[in-house]
Design a protein around this ligand. Structure first.
Ligand SMILES: Nc1ncnc2c1ncn2[C@@H]1O[C@H](COP(=O)(O)OP(=O)(O)OP(=O)(O)O)[C@@H](O)[C@H]1O
Length: 310
């Protein structure tokens, strides 16, 4: 479990992380989503003791990172896959990590296997690795101590779609075995594929949180019809706001059943009716992060959209 309470980091006038609080639960994968510069890396660095918070606390399994006796046995961390020494082989890097944690060398081989790096690849120098291979090696280093918690900053960076699916399965298995996963990304699709719970950060503040299902449901409904203006008016009369999405379809918070009933009663033929799913989540993500980036909104606290899980 990871418990973060009021975590704040100021650099001079800039508040990079502003009163961030959440709990990441065992058995679940939490995605930490936000645009570039939103404060994800700074938050994670504070969680693992690489940066001192201005205020607030972060606990992993009930203790500050610095209080963990052998941190790599409790929490696996990947902050920057390019940070490994390019002149070393993958196997050497894992041997060093095993040595630091006081683990048998064989644990390095087990970690390599878990991330599907072959023995031949492990004998190559990291300087010759693709970005995706470096990410796999970084995850192997995070996993080597058999920790209960994983904190991964942009681990899907450089992975192709098959690689992202592989990572989803790996993290799903880790969580199913009772582990806690926190991973960041600035790409909605990655988080949508991998995470159970989503925490959205914009301009240092949490702007939305909830299970993926909650946030998808909050994405509303998309309806395409022969007469969008008439459908929009009928929805409005029934108490449901709508707006034209970029695709031309109407986007409304009403559920699909309600939209169907309204269309039937109004005599407007529907040509498409579906949950807005990722389109809705994307629009929400863009709107929320745009809002949080705008000057003047930084001091408002009532712009949050809250689900229940985080
Ligand atoms: N050491 C530092 N000194 C001053 N400002 C910093 C420092 N580290 C980060 N920042 C600023 O804090 C803000 C948050 O940066 P952070 O790296 O946490 O964002 P991020 O969400 O991880 O972004 P990205 O997706 O681009 O990695 C940015 O405005 C960044 O410029």
């Amino acid at each position: 479990m990871i418990t973060v309470d009021g975590l704040t980091k100021r650099y001079g006038q800039l508040t990079a992380v502003d009163e961030v609080s959440f709990t990441a639960e065992p058995g679940r994968v939490m995605g930490f989503l936000g645009p570039n510069g939103a404060g994800k890396s700074t938050s994670m660095r504070m969680m693992v003791g690489l940066s001192e918070p201005t205020s607030g606390t972060a606990h992993i399994l009930g203790r500050r990172f610095g209080e963990l006796p052998n941190p790599g046995r409790e929490v696996g961390v990947l902050l920057d896959a390019s940070a490994q020494h390019g002149g070393r082989t993958g196997r050497e890097i894992l041997s060093l990590a095993a040595g630091t944690m006081g683990l048998p060398k064989a644990w390095g081989d087990a970690a390599l296997e878990r991330v599907s790096l072959t023995p031949e690849e492990a004998r190559r120098r990291v300087g010759n690795y693709s970005l995706g291979m470096r990410q796999r090696l970084g995850i192997a280093v995070a996993l080597i101590g058999d920790p209960d918690v994983l904190i991964l900053d942009e681990p899907a960076n450089g992975l192709d779609p098959a690689g992202i699916r592989w990572m989803r399965d790996l993290l799903r298995g880790f969580a199913n075995d009772g582990g806690t996963v926190l991973l960041s990304s600035h790409l909605l699709h990655e988080i949508e594929v991998i995470a159970d719970d989503i925490l959205v950060i914009g301009n240092g503040r949490i702007v939305a949180r909830g299970t993926k299902e909650q946030l998808l449901t909050e994405g509303g409904t998309l309806a395409r019809s022969a007469d969008p203006a008439a459908l929009a008016a009928a929805l409005r009369a029934a108490g449901h706001a709508s707006k034209q999405a970029s695709s031309g379809a109407l986007h409304t918070e009403a559920d699909a059943g309600t939209v169907g009933q309204v269309a039937l009663a109004t005599g407007v033929a529907l040509t498409e009716l579906r949950a807005a799913d990722s389109t809705g989540l994307e629009e929400m993500f863009l709107a929320l992060t745009d809002d949080s980036q705008r000057d003047g909104l930084r001091d408002e606290t009532d712009t949050k959209t809250e689900g229940t899980a985080a």
